[in-house]
Design a binder for this molecule. Structure first.
Ligand code: SAM
Length: 243
């Protein structure tokens, strides 16, 4: 690829997140299907629908991991377009690259190891930037939002798919219980690692709610910011435009 990796100082959270994803990389897709009962596929499909990505577009899927969104973007941009799968974690990136090659995407996607807080891309480059279940893991989320905005072209769209706050208090309670019991248990049984899934539950609980994240996007300079709750607000898709 023609993009290089810029080194940034590692902080405590970054180190921990690194260990979590290195540990779960090989079981990541299976765990996603189990924990969300397959529903993450619908959340991702909706994200693609809302992206308004067209043939010839340049797309960055940051924190792209095993490439679920990346593949669908590659299908949309055609041969004239450009899709970059970027992730901070080498193991996740390798699992993603192997998987995309197996599925016939060889030569259609660029792979870049990069931190969302410090993107190795020029200003005003991409028609759309997506970050799916990634922002939660980033140490300085405001910085990442500014970086993602910087690399967007004017008129380009930022899409953030992330766990959010269930709108119904009862669902919120049930979901919290599920997160802190079922997730670590499944993590232990399937991936042999309950701690990583304990981290997942904690990071979901800590993540900014719908309105807070929308405000952060506006603060980063995006306009027309809005969100769509999915599955009762367990997940929200936020979108904003670079003016
Ligand atoms: N987007 C994929 C999906 O939806 O299935 C993967 C999501 S996975 C839960 C989160 C990913 O974020 C991991 O692959 C992790 O390595 C990556 N990540 C964590 N912190 C990051 C950062 N600061 N910059 C870029 N990627 C990061």
């Amino acid at each position: 690829t023609h993009f290089g990796y810029r080194e940034v100082p590692k902080q405590e959270k970054a180190k921990h997140v690194g260990q979590v994803f290195s540990s779960v990389a090989s079981r990541y897709d299976l765990m996603n299907d189990l924990m969300s009962m397959g529903i993450h596929r619908l959340w991702k499909r909706f994200t693609i629908e809302l992206s308004s990505v067209r043939p010839g577009h340049r797309i960055l899927d940051i924190a792209g991991g095993t490439g679920d969104l990346t593949m669908q973007f590659a299908d949309r941009v055609g041969t004239e377009g450009e899709v970059v799968l970027a992730d901070i974690n080498q193991e996740m990136l390798e699992v993603g690259r192997d998987r995309l090659i197996d599925r016939g995407y060889a030569g259609r996607v660029d792979y870049v190891q990069a931190n969302a807080e410090c993107l190795p891309f020029p200003d005003n480059y991409f028609n759309a930037v997506s970050i799916a279940f990634g922002l939660r893991n980033v140490t300085d989320q405001n910085l990442a939002l500014r970086e993602m905005t910087r690399v967007l072209k004017p008129g380009g769209k930022l899409l953030i798919l992330e766990f959010s706050k269930p709108v119904n208090p009862l669902l919120n309670k049930a979901y919290d219980t599920y997160s802190f019991t079922a997730l670590p248990l499944m993590g232990r049984l399937v991936a042999g690692d309950s701690e990583s899934y304990q981290y997942l539950a904690e990071s979901i609980r800590m993540h900014p709610d719908q309105e807070t994240l929308k405000g952060m996007m506006e603060e980063a300079g995006l306009v027309q910011c809005k969100y769509h709750n999915m599955t009762g607000g367990i997940v929200a898709l936020h979108a904003g435009i670079k003016p």
